[in-house]
Design a protein around this ligand. Sequence first.
Ligand SMILES: Cc1ncc(COP(=O)(O)O)c(C=O)c1O
Length: 369
Amino acid sequence: MSEPIKFFLPGPSYVPEDARQAMTKPVVGHRSAGFKDFYVRLSARLPTVLRTAGDVMVATGSSTLMMESAVISCVRQDVLNLTGGAFSERWHAISKSLGKAADKVSAPWGQAIDPDLVRSALRRKRYEAVTIVHNETSTGVMNPIAEVARAIREESDALILVDTVSSLGGGRVETDEWGLDVVLAGTQKAIAAPPGLTLLTLSERAAERAAKVPHRGFYTDLLRYLDKHREGGPITTPAVSLFYALDVQLDRILAEGMEARWARHERLYRRTAEWAAAHGCEYASAPDARSVTVSCLRAPAGVDPQAIVKGLAQRGYTIGGGYGDWKPTTFRIGHMGEVRESDLDALLAETDQILLNLTPERVAAPAAR
Ligand SMILES: Cc1ncc(COP(=O)(O)O)c(C=O)c1O
C-alpha cells in the first residue's frame, strides 16, 4: 500500500487499492461450493478481530440494520439505552420505533457514560438489554465499555448490546473478556473495507434469550444469521463483491496484528492531540474519554470549522465537519483504518497552512511529530 491517504472522514474511511481491485472479480453464486469455501475461510478469521471464541457473521446491510436487528431479536419489552451522542441516540430511536419500553441514561455530549449511573438505573428497574455505543463518532468519545459492562453484569442479567462501528479494528474491543453479548460493526470505518457490510457476533446467552423472543422478522432475525452461518453461508443473497474486499482487508489486519493495530491508532490519536494543543484546537471530548479513531475538535477562536473543512477540500484532503448540534463549532478528523503517521502528518501540515490563512496573526507552529 503506497498511495498517500488524503481521506480522513470519520467513516467511511480510505479503502486500499488492492481491496478495491478485489471487487472486480467475477460474482459467483452464493450457494455454490466455491463461495461456501470462501465464506468459511473469511469468517474463520473474524473471531480474532472481535476477540471472541464465538461465531462472527457478516451481514449485508449497514450497521443500523444490525442495531435494529439486535433490538428486535433480543428485547421483548424493556430496554435501557445509554446515550451521549447521535449514534447512541439512534439505539433509543430504534427501540422506541419498535414500540419497546425504552429508557435512557444520558451523558452530556463529550462525556463518557458513567458506570455508576448505569448501576442506579439497573437497580430501579429490570431490563432485558442495555445498548451502548463504544465509540461515539459524532463526539469523538470512547466509552469505558469494560467498566460499563462490568456494572451491567454485576447489577443485572440484561444483555449487553454494543455498537463498535467506529472502534473495531482501531481501538481495543474484547468481546469475551468484557462479557459483551452482541457486538456489531460496519466494515467502513477502522476495518477500512467499503461500506455495506456489518460484522456481528452474539453470545450463547443472547442466542438462548433470542430464541424466546417472538416475531424476530426475517432479515432482522439474529438467530437466522447464526443458523445460516453455521451451515457455511449468509441468510440471503450477499453483496459478494464487498465480501471480496473484506477478505483482502482481513488479511491486512491480521498481518499487522490486533495489538499493533491498536497501538498505531493510539499513536495517531496522540499525534493529533499534540498538534491540536499547539494550534488552539480544543478537544470537544473529555480528556479521559477520547477516541483513538476520531478526534472531534473545536476550531480556534474566531475560526469557522467549515472553513477548515473547505480549505482542506481545496487541497485534496477530506475531513469531517461537526455532527448535529455541534456542526457550527467542531470539525472531525478520522484517523482510522489504514491511515499511517506520514499521512496524518501531511494532513496536519496542510491544516497548519489553512489556519495561518484564516488567522494571519497566528504564527504557524510546526506539525506535531
Ligand atoms: C458509532 C456509529 N454507529 C452507527 C452508525 C450507523 O452506521 P450505518 O450508517 O453504517 O448504518 C455509525 C455511522 O457513522 C456510527 O458511526
